[in-house]
Design a protein around this ligand. Sequence first.
Ligand code: NAD
Length: 485
Amino acid sequence: MVSRVIPVQPFDLVVFGGTGDLARRKILPALFRRYCAGQMGDAARVIGAARAEMDDTAYRDFVRGAITEFGADTACAPDQLEAFLGQIGYVTLDAQGAQGWDALKARLGDADRIRAFYFSVGPGLFADLAARIETHGLAGPDTRVVVEKPFGRDLASARSLNADLAKHFDETQIYRIDHYLGKETVQNLMAIRFGNMLFEPLWNSQYVDHIQITVAESGGVGSRGDYYDKAGAMRDMMQNHIMQLLCLTAMEPPAKYDPHAVRDEKLKVIRALGPVEPGDVVRGQYEGTDSLPGYLEEVGDDSSRTESFVALKARIGNWRWAGTPFYLRTGKRLRARASEIAVVFKDAPHSIFGADAGRHRNILTIRLQPNEGIEMGVTIKEPGPGGMRLVDVPLDMTFSEALGPEAGDIPDAYERLIMDVIRGDQTLFMRGDEVEAAWEWTDPIIEAWDAPGAEPCPYATGSSGPDDALALMHRDGRRWREIRI
Ligand code: NAD
């Protein structure tokens, strides 16, 4: 299968924080891949802007290093890297001062083209950048700003960030990134639901027993301890990534695949979420092993109560989902790095095969990692003589197998999202009201943890999380799916 690449219009992309970790690991390699795929075009310009003193040549060396380290798998001709680097420049700039802004303005000139500003810096600098872009006259109607997570740490701070951006930009110019939305399988969830007749009639509490969403990591906090200990699993994963997966799974069919319709439907889901009862949420902290440090040791604070794991039962109060719980969990140092959405259908109302046939359920699994794909568990007769014995088998659609080797070469989420910014398509970006509604739901859960005596449950490295998380489902007569690769 040959994929169709449509080149985007010429653009200037300024990457504030262009020397940072995210730029090095994700943004710059993603741009290079789109360049090699013929999508970025020869007229596009990328300007790194950060505090470090360096010139264009030094920055190109930096970009070359980033691509060698994180984009080496890119399919491209040998001379393409140097041609790509020819489109890269750098400006030393202070987001909070005057340095560099005139130089940036001179670089950009008055070319009539799409201009995107990527805020790949800490959220503390968003307001400074937005204000300076305006005072230096760098913004026009074709200007977009891309902001990274975390978008606030609670409702109040998210509101304040939204207000800061709204002073200088229209909502249609603001692209709040949640890279989970750029994942191919996540978009496929919409294709599966709304492109087939098969699933949607069953996609409700009459036929779905429950839904499980798991985002499990096998690594610990590593070098991100400083950031992570102030955030925790709830802020780092649940409020944004898992919330987005929940929304796409639970939302009503939008009238159109466009930014307004899709985001309106997602917002309705968040607003329909009921409060989470204290007994319906479990938080945990991983313990060390002989060879690996525990959470407390890794963050260097014996008294930290920050959660590296959270599991909860969410209820959506609307006609479609009343009575069908959504079990959500995420954590670090778990058994495997594996993420999936599992839609567990109800038992058939009556078994004609008798009690010996056992209990069989259809489960639709949308795998985000590893091996992005979709699997439908169906029940069939076990082959051979000896009566009617039933067995569950997967109807598996691993994209790379079903669509040929090219489909296995799935673009990284950042590649897609950056090109969407240039195309002016906000469908896969979070709207301001969505982010605020998500914090509104999350805040009371986090606030309850501040109560004296509320401690995270310890769990073993390499496990499925604390025992209390298993009990959360057991008491409902259900069980978590195994975390496995
Ligand atoms: P980083 O600390 O590695 O880089 C920060 C960048 O900001 C550097 O280029 C630095 O020069 C620049 N900077 C800092 N102060 C500045 C100032 N006053 N003026 C101009 N430039 C300034 O951070 P990072 O890991 O690249 O993260 C950037 C943003 O992306 C953060 O909001 C982070 O939360 C978010 N993010 C990062 C990752 C990741 O994997 N690194 C993942 C998701 C989101």
